[in-house]
Unconditional design. Structure first.
Ligand code: NAD
Length: 355
C-alpha cells in the first residue's frame, strides 16, 4: 500500500521522538512491502518563528490532503508570552478542529515489564491496569469563548446534544469491542452541560442493551483511578475532564512517555500523537522516551490504514525491547540498561519482525 503521512515534528523533544517513529515506519514499509511518503508540516512554536502563526492555512491544508497525521509535540517557554490566539497550543486546537477529529482515544495500559515503574502499590498494580479513555476533543471549554475584562476572566463551557451523542456512540462502540462496560464521567451535580451529557448517554444506552453503562462524577473518578484502576475498561468523558484524567491514568502506568493516542472524526484520516508535551526540560539531550510516539504510529497503521499485522509487529517489538532490559531515563530501574532516545528507536527496529 502507498500512504501519505503529514509529519509535524513540532517543538522541544518533538523532532527527536518523531525521528524514531519515522525510522520504525520505514522498517515496517521495508518488511511488509508498503511505501510511506512523508510531508513535513510546520506547527507550533517553530511555525510562529517562521510565519508568525502557529498553524498557517497552507500547513493545515497539507494535513487535510494526507492519509493521516503524525505529531510529536508543540510549545515551550520561548513562546509563553505570545498572546492567546497565537500560542503554539492554539495551532494544535486549530488542527484538531480543522480535521474534525472529535474522538480522542487514550489507552492506559501497564506493560508487565514496567510494573515497578508505577507509583501505585504493588497489590493495586497486580489487579491489572488496562483501560481506554475516550475523550471528546473539539468541544467544551477549550473551544468556548475566552475573554478577560478588567480583573474578570471568563471561559465558556458549552455542549450540544449532537456533540455529546457522536462521542457517546464512540464510547459505546469501543465498549462493545471490549468488556461491554462503559463508565460515563461528568459533573452532573454541578454543571448543566454535564446533566445534558448524562441524559444523552442514558438515551443512547437504550440502543446498546449489551453494554452496561455506569455514571461517575469526575472528582470521584480521579480518586478511583489511583485507588482501584482495575475497575475501569472504557471511560467516556468531555474534553477537559478527559485531558486531566488521561494524564493521571498515564502516570499510574509508569511514564507519560509511554502512552500513544489517536484522534478520529468522520473519516479514516486521523491525528496520532503521544499524550505528553514538548518536554523543554529535556529537549535536545537525546534522553526522551520515543515509545509513546512509536506506539502512536502503530495506532495509525491499525485505525487509519487497516494494517493490524504491522501495528502488532511494532507493539511486539516494543515488548521485546523492554524484555531485553532496555530503558530510557524516565522508566529506568535497577539492573536495566539505560539508553537514549535514538538508541531506543534503533533497538526497537532491531526487534521488529516481518511475518
Ligand atoms: P510535558 O508533558 O512536556 O512534560 C512533563 C514532564 O514529563 C517533564 O518533566 C518532561 O521531561 C517529562 N516527559 C514528557 N514527555 C517525556 C518523554 N517522552 N520522555 C521522558 N520524559 C518525558 O508537560 P509540560 O512540561 O507541562 O509542558 C511543556 C510544553 O508542552 C508546554 O509548552 C505545554 O503547553 C506543551 N504541551 C504540548 C502538548 C502537545 O503538543 N500535545 C501537550 C501537553 C503540553
Amino acid at each position: 500500500m502507498v500512504k501519505n503521512i503529514a509529519v509535524i515534528r513540532g517543538d522541544g523533544i518533538g523532532p527527536e521522538i518523531v525521528e524514531q517513529a519515522l525510522k520504525v515506519l520505514d522498517k515496517v514499509a521495508e518488511l511488509y512491502g508498503h511505501t510511506f511518503h512523508y510531508t513535513d508540516v510546520d506547527m507550533g512554536g517553530c511555525a510562529i518563528d517562521k510565519y508568525g502563526d502557529p498553524l498557517p492555512a497552507s500547513e493545515l491544508e497539507k494535513c487535510l490532503a494526507s492519509d493521516s497525521v503524525l505529531l510529536g509535540a508543540v510549545g515551550g517557554n520561548k513562546w509563553n508570552d505570545v498572546p492567546g490566539p497565537m500560542r503554539p497550543e492554539k495551532g494544535l486546537l486549530r488542527l484538531r478542529a480543522g480535521m474534525g477529529v472529535y474522538s480522542n482515544n487514550r489507552p492506559a495500559k501497564i506493560w508487565h515489564q514496567l510494573a515497578d515503574a508505577s507509583p501505585l502499590k504493588k497489590e493495586i498494580v497486580e489487579k491489572g491496569i488496562d483501560f481506554i479513555i475516550v475523550r471528546e476533543l473539539i468541544g467544551g471549554i477549550y473551544f468556548g469563548e475566552h475573554k478577560t475584562e478588567g480583573d474578570v476572566a471568563t471561559d465558556v463551557l458549552k455542549y450540544s446534544e449532537a456533540e455529546i451523542e457522536r462521542i457517546g456512540r464512540i464510547g459505546f462502540e469501543t465498549a462493545r469491542k471490549r468488556s461491554k462496560r462503559l463508565c460515563s464521567v461528568e459533573k452532573s451535580n454541578v454543571l448543566d452541560s454535564s446533566r445534558l451529557w448524562k441524559k444523552v448517554m442514558h438515551r443512547l444506552a437504550e440502543e446498546y442493551p449489551d453494554v452496561e453503562l455506569s455514571d461517575m462524577l469526575v472528582d470521584n473518578c480521579a480518586m478511583q483511578i489511583v485507588k482501584n484502576p482495575a475497575q475501569f475498561d472504557v471511560v467516556v468523558t468531555e474534553n477537559m475532564f478527559g485531558d486531566i484524567l488521561s494524564d493521571e491514568a498515564s502516570m499510574i502506568t509508569g511514564s507519560i512517555g509511554m502512552i500513544p493516542s489517536s484522534s478520529l472524526g468522520a473519516t479514516t484520516c486521523g491525528l496520532y500523537e503521544p499524550i505528553h508535551g514538548s518536554a523543554p526540560d529535556i529537549a535536545g539531550m537525546d534522553v526522551a522516551n520515543p515509545i509513546g510516539t512509536i506506539l502512536s504510529a502503530a495506532m495509525m497503521l491499525r485505525f487509519s490504514f487497516d494494517m493490524p499485522r504491522e501495528a502488532q509487529a511494532i507493539e511486539n517489538a516494543v515488548s521485546a525491547y523492554l524484555d531485553a532490559g532496555y530503558r530510557t531515563a524516565d522508566i529506568m530501574s535497577e539492573e536495566m540498561t539505560q539508553v537514549g532516545c535514538s538508541a531506543c528507536g534503533a533497538l526497537i527496529i532491531k526487534h521488529l519482525k516481518g511475518e
